[in-house]
Design a protein around this ligand. Structure first.
Ligand code: TXA
Ligand code: MG
Length: 318
């Protein structure tokens, strides 16, 4: 089997209704989607991604009314954020109803839910009688895909169809938010900044796990990783490598010490939004060059810069 790439929503729907998987475009990254109500389809997702079963999946749907069909309750602060940021790169953790299989949530009583901001995928979701469970469409631990071609390159032999919605505009995964008593907690930094969330609901707590087996949101310490070694300091790379063996992921200016052909610039104008949208494609490009090690440059630690730096840090963990 080799995946077909196209924009045929009825074909995508048919495959999903048969309990098979389709890769779907979203504004954050491409997802590997299956019927969230069907445990057999969910098992296929874990298999294709080679994902450990303790890492739960996000459920995607197209309206807040639909969310109410599979969650018990929505706290007030969750409602505020959902209304403000959906469709968009925000995922909320809510108490699940029984209709969501335990497999989806890895046994948790909470389910992660999101309405993605992508017209093609919203059209597909609204044509279905079930929501879609979808992790990022990459082999577990590797760089997330932001184009249909990225998905094809890594999972093309394990999929029937990749719905092509162009390059993901946001480019990094959704921000994951949970609600405990009166507190709003961010478990994964992502496409909506902490600053934007705090404008809506006040002070937010951040709990970013960095263990190798997190109890909370899939924040394994090593993740988003290219196959080459990644370090965050050029001088460290130069201890064991010649400068010609070094690739460099730069924020807004090339590093004068490294050959330009070995570099990728995230945003000439210094825009963090642009940098986020180019991040994973840049890492892939550098991973494909005939160099031996990748040096990544951190962005200023604010807004989306924080989410980008988080990805860079995890990519550099061995
Ligand atoms: O932007 C995104 O969120 C993309 C697109 C496809 O929607 N999806 C995505 O999925 O990034 P994934 O599987 O790569 O990451 C989802 C994270 C996981 O690390 C998981 O641990 C966390 O969400 N998560 C999912 N369900 C959860 C739950 N019930 N409780 C706590 N964390 C959960
Ligand atoms: Mg992922």
């Amino acid at each position: 089997m080799f995946a077909e790439i196209g924009t045929n929503i009825s074909l995508a729907r048919e495959i999903l209704e048969n309990g098979d998987l389709v890769s779907i475009p979203t504004e954050t990254v491409y997802g590997l989607a299956g019927n969230a109500f069907n445990p057999d389809a969910v098992i296929k997702i874990f298999k294709v991604k080679n994902r450990p079963s303790f890492d739960p999946l996000i459920v995607h749907t197209y309206s807040i009314d639909k969310v109410q069909e599979f969650v018990e309750e929505i706290p007030d602060k969750a409602k505020i954020l959902m209304k403000k940021f959906w469709p968009g790169p925000l995922t909320v953790l809510l108490k699940k109803k029984q209709i969501i299989p335990d497999l989806v949530t890895s046994g948790s009583h909470l389910v992660a839910v999101r309405i993605p901001g992508h017209s093609l995928t919203l059209k597909l979701l609204s044509s279905l009688s079930f929501p879609l469970a979808a992790p990022s469409a990459n082999p577990f631990g590797y760089i997330s895909p932001t184009t249909a071609q990225h998905v094809y390159d890594q999972l093309g032999d394990k999929l029937k169809y990749i719905l092509d919605g162009g390059s993901s505009l946001v480019g990094i995964e959704s921000t994951i938010v949970g609600f405990e008593e009166e507190e709003t907690i961010v478990y994964r930094l992502g496409g909506i900044s902490i600053e934007s969330l705090e404008k809506e609901v006040g002070k937010i707590k951040t709990i970013l796990s960095s263990s190798s087996k997190p109890s909370s949101p899939g924040m394994l310490s090593s993740h988003y990783a290219p196959s080459k070694e990644v370090v965050t300091d050029l001088s460290e790379a130069l201890k064991s490598h010649d400068i010609n063996e070094v690739s460099y992921l730069a924020f807004k200016e090339y590093n004068a010490a490294v050959p330009v052909a070995n570099q990728f610039l995230l945003s000439k104008t210094g825009s963090v939004e642009e940098a986020a949208s180019n991040l994973f494609a840049g890492m892939r490009k550098l991973d494909g060059l005939p160099t031996k090690i990748i040096v990544v440059e951190f962005l200023p630690e604010k807004g989306l810069g924080r989410a980008i730096n988080d990805r860079l840090r995890r990519a550099s963990v061995k």
